[in-house]
Design a protein around this ligand. Structure first.
Ligand SMILES: [Zn+2]
Length: 283
């Protein structure tokens, strides 16, 4: 696959990467606002990538709404699905060849193995305590030694084998030095789902590298995923970007804002007559 030549002088390149599985809410907008502010402060570029791989949950109407809501809020991007750019396409659903090439590289390098476990199998086999700061249980390693015969005629996902006991460290632009231990803070993770869709970890790392993103700004809920992705960058022979994780916005009960908080969707707030400027007061 052809990749564009490097951008001269390693100019700052940031990205907004929303997933069109619902309407954008204030929590997304705040993280994106940090991303846009950092790109502007560095005199850099901001790109928009449409993370639309999860076709079971995403709807076309959300893509149009996403673009409209972002513009209304005051976001501007120089590359994206609606405006094009030298790293096009910017819809992940049109970038399958990139992900397949990465999968093949991981497979050839022996970094991944086929896993036939269902969510239920994993729950049943878990003995280790659930890690505190992550939503995903540590995979118990059931399929690590799977051979071809064991996966014949069965659905399987591709799972990345983490280097147990190795400390993955990175300097977060907001939270400072981070250290996560593979096998303890997170386990072997899926890079390709059994329904033949690349997992978030893989598509995100592949695109951030391909689009020459220099800093990834995203929510603190993805700190552990950053450690996973650093392992993927290394296995693929790619240089990871810098990372800046933002505090998550919480509602009045201290719960994380999620898409179910419809009252705080940008659509609803706008319909109630609020202006984007007012919503940003105090940021
Ligand atoms: Zn398995």
């Amino acid at each position: 696959m052809d990749s564009p030549s490097p951008i001269a002088g390693s100019k700052y390149r940031g990205r907004l990467a929303p997933s069109p599985t619902g309407y954008l809410h204030l929590g997304h907008a705040r993280t994106f606002w940090v991303a846009q502010s950092r790109a502007r402060a560095h005199g850099g570029e901001l790109i928009l990538r449409n993370d639309d791989l999860d076709s079971t949950r995403f709807k076309m109407e959300f893509v149009d709404a996403m673009l409209e809501d972002l513009r209304w809020f005051g976001f501007a991007w120089s590359e994206g699905p609606d405006v094009g750019g030298r790293f096009a396409p910017y819809n992940q659903s049109e970038r399958m060849s990139f992900y397949r090439a990465a999968l093949e590289k991981l497979r050839a390098g022996g970094f991944i193995y086929p896993c036939t476990c269902s969510r239920k199998d994993i729950q049943a086999a878990i003995t280790a305590p659930h890690p505190e700061n992550d939503e995903e249980p540590i995979y118990p390693g059931t399929c690590r030694e799977n051979r071809k015969s064991e996966i014949a005629n069965r659905k399987f996902s591709w799972r990345f084998r983490v280097p147990d006991g190795e400390t993955i460290s990175f300097a977060d632009g907001n939270f400072g030095e981070q250290k996560l231990v593979a096998g303890r803070d997170f386990g072997d993770f899926v890079v390709w789902r059994h329904d033949d869709v690349p997992a978030y970890q893989l598509s995100c790392a592949v695109d951030d590298a391909a689009m020459q993103i220099t800093e990834v700004v995203r929510g603190a809920d993805l700190l552990v995923s950053t450690a996973r992705q650093i392992l993927l960058f290394r296995a693929l022979g790619l240089t990871p970007p810098k990372f800046f994780h933002c505090d998550l916005m919480r509602d009045e009960r201290g719960e994380r804002l999620a898409k179910r908080h419809d009252a705080l969707s940008l659509r609803t707030l706008r319909a109630r007559g609020l202006s984007a400027e007012n919503l940003r007061v105090g940021w």
